[in-house]
Design a protein around this ligand. Structure first.
Ligand SMILES: Cc1ncc(COP(=O)(O)O)c(C=O)c1O
Length: 474
C-alpha cells in the first residue's frame, strides 16, 4: 500500500497515533489492504514516516487489540484474516484478560490462595527496598508532616502520579488535578459526593466489577446494566436503554472481568454522548500496566477534550492492596469543587504510606518493579494457561487476553459456574464465577482465576488438578 495513505497530518488536532490507527482502518474498509496482507514493521514504518516507534506501536497495539491486525511473531504483523468484507472484525477480537478482584482478600498468613483474584504476586514484591524507604520516609518527614495533612493527598505523591500518567497513560494533568483516595471506593465516594446525587442513573458494564457496583447501589445510585461484548461496553445499547443517564462507569483498557478493550469508535461515541448529555464518565483504569503484547493502550482520558472523564487508578495491583491507595484525576475546571469535598472528608489517611509510594516512584523503583512484574506475570500466566489447556481443555475454553492478572475460562460443559465456584471455594480454591459478576440473568458461564501467585509450573498444575477434581465431582 502506498505510504501516502498512512501519512498523518501534523496540523490536525487528533494525536498522531490516532490518525495512523484511523488511516489503517480506512485502508482496510476501502479495500487498499486485504485480510492476510502483511503490514510494515513498527520500526520501518516509524522510519519511513519519521514518527517515533512508540507512536506507531500504540496505533498497532490498538489495531491488534480490536482485531484488525494479528501478530505472527517472526512472520510480522498482518491484517486479520478473519476480517469481514467491510473491514469490520467478523468475530470479536480475542478478549483480553480480565481483572482481578476478589470480593474479599483471602490471603492466609501472607499467602494468597490458589487462583485468588485481585492479588499481585506477594513473593515478588521488593520488600527490602520498601523497608529501606519506610526508614527513609520516617526520617525525612519533618514536624510539619505531623500536622493535619492536605486532604487532597501528599503533594509529592500527587506530583509523581501526574508525571507517571503523562508518560504512561497519555494523560496531561497537573498535580492539582490528582486526588489521593483510600482505594477505588474512595474515588467513587468523592465523585458521588461532588457531582452526583441520590437517585442518579448511571450505566454499568454487565458483567462488571461487582464490588464497585455494590458500593454505588448502596450510595443510592440507580444502575442501568449495559452489555459488554468483544469491543467493550456497547454504547449504542446504553443510549437505547438509558440515554438520559448522568454517568457511566467503564473499564476501557481491560474490561473487568471479560478483558475486552473498548474500541476506538466506541470510545469516541461514549465521549460524544457524555459531552452532549453533560454526563460523567468514570474511567476505572485498575490494571492497565499489565499487558503482555505491546504497550498499554492509552487511557480514555487521553481523548477527553470536554473534561467529562473522571479518571481513577489504584496501587492495589501494581504494588499491593493492603496499601489502600488509589487516585482520581479530574478536569481543571472541577478542582475547586473536589477540593471542597475532600476538606469535608479529611483525606486519604496517614502521610507515611503516601510518602513511601512517592519515594518509590521518584527513585525509579516503581518503573523497575512494573517492568519486572510484566515479564513475571507473562510467565505465570503461561503456567496457568498451559496447565488448564493440558488438563481441562475439554471443559474450559481459556481466553487469551492481552493483559491483567487473571484469566477467564468459559465453561464448555453445561455446568453451573456459581455452583462450581462454591465447591471450589470449599476446597480452598479462590476462583469466582463469571455469572456472579453479571447484573442481568447470566448468559455466559465461566470461571475467573488469578494467576499472579503461581510461582512455578508445578504449583499451577497442582491447583489445576485440584480444580479438575471439583469439576468432576461438583
Ligand atoms: C475492576 C477493578 N477496579 C478497581 C479495583 C481497585 O480497587 P481498590 O483500589 O479498592 O483495591 C479493582 C480491584 O480489584 C478492580 O478489580
Amino acid at each position: 500500500m502506498d505510504l501516502k495513505h498512512l501519512r498523518p497530518n501534523r496540523a490536525q488536532d487528533a494525536p498522531i497515533y490516532l490518525q495512523l490507527y484511523r488511516r489503517y482502518r480506512e485502508a482496510i474498509a476501502a479495500g487498499r489492504l486485504h485480510p492476510g496482507d502483511r503490514v510494515p514493521s513498527v520500526r520501518s514504518l516509524a522510519s519511513d514516516l519519521s514518527l517515533s516507534r512508540g507512536t506507531v506501536e500504540t496505533a498497532y497495539q490498538m489495531l491488534v487489540s480490536e482485531g484488525y491486525f494479528v501478530t505472527r511473531g517472526a512472520a510480522g504483523t498482518v491484517v486479520s484474516p478473519r476480517l469481514g468484507r467491510l473491514g469490520e472484525p467478523s468475530q470479536a477480537p480475542t478478549p483480553e484478560p480480565p481483572a482481578q478482584s476478589s470480593p474479599r482478600p483471602q490471603a492466609v498468613a501472607g499467602k494468597a490462595l490458589p487462583f485468588q483474584l485481585g492479588m499481585p504476586a506477594l513473593d515478588a514484591f521488593p520488600r527490602k527496598t520498601w523497608a529501606r524507604l519506610a526508614g527513609r520516609s520516617v526520617r525525612t518527614l519533618d514536624t510539619a508532616a505531623m500536622d493535619y495533612p492536605d486532604p487532597a493527598g501528599y503533594e509529592p505523591l500527587r506530583r509523581a502520579i501526574a508525571t507517571y500518567l503523562g508518560i504512561s497513560r497519555g494523560i496531561a494533568c497537573s498535580h492539582e488535578q490528582v486526588f489521593i483516595t483510600p482505594g477505588y471506593h474512595g474515588a467513587l465516594d468523592l465523585v458521588c459526593r461532588t457531582l452526583l446525587k441520590v437517585g442518579d442513573l448511571g450505566w454499568y458494564e454487565d458483567p462488571g466489577y461487582i464490588l464497585a457496583r455494590q458500593y454505588l447501589e448502596r450510595a443510592g445510585m440507580r444502575l442501568a446494566a449495559v452489555p459488554v461484548d468483544e469491543e467493550g461496553l456497547s454504547v449504542a445499547a446504553g443510549k437505547q436503554r438509558a440515554a438520559a443517564a448522568r454517568f457511566a462507569v467503564v473499564t476501557p483498557t481491560h474490561q473487568s472481568p471479560t478483558g475486552a478493550a473498548l474500541s476506538l469508535p466506541r470510545r469516541l461515541e461514549l465521549l460524544e454522548w457524555a459531552n452532549d448529555r453533560h454526563a460523567w464518565v468514570i474511567e476505572d483504569d485498575y490494571d492497565s500496566e499489565f499487558r503482555y503484547h505491546g504497550r498499554p493502550l492509552p487511557a480514555l482520558k487521553s481523548l477527553d477534550r470536554g473534561g467529562r472523564v473522571l479518571y481513577t487508578g489504584t496501587f492495589s495491583k501494581v504494588l499491593f492492596p493492603g496499601l489502600r491507595l488509589a487516585y482520581l484525576v479530574v478536569d481543571e475546571s472541577l478542582v475547586d469543587k473536589f477540593e471542597e469535598t475532600v476538606h469535608l472528608l479529611r483525606g486519604p489517611g496517614s502521610i507515611l504510606p503516601q510518602a513511601m509510594v512517592a519515594h518509590f516512584m521518584e527513585q525509579g523503583h516503581f518503573s523497575r518493579h512494573l517492568r519486572k512484574m510484566r515479564s513475571l506475570y507473562a510467565v505465570r500466566r503461561g503456567y496457568l494457561v498451559d496447565a488448564l489447556t493440558r488438563t481441562l481443555g475439554e471443559s474450559l475454553d481459556v481466553q487469551r487476553q492481552a493483559g491483567g492478572i487473571h484469566i477467564l475460562a468459559h465453561l464448555t460443559t453445561r455446568q453451573n459456574d456459581k455452583a462450581l465456584a462454591e465447591s471450589a471455594k470449599a476446597e480452598g480454591l479462590a476462583l469466582d464465577a463469571l455469572s456472579n459478576w453479571q447484573i442481568n440473568k447470566a448468559s455466559q458461564r465461566g470461571l475467573l482465576m488469578g494467576f499472579a501467585n503461581f510461582a512455578t509450573a508445578d504449583d499451577a498444575m497442582a491447583s489445576v488438578h485440584r480444580l479438575r477434581t471439583v469439576l468432576a465431582n461438583p
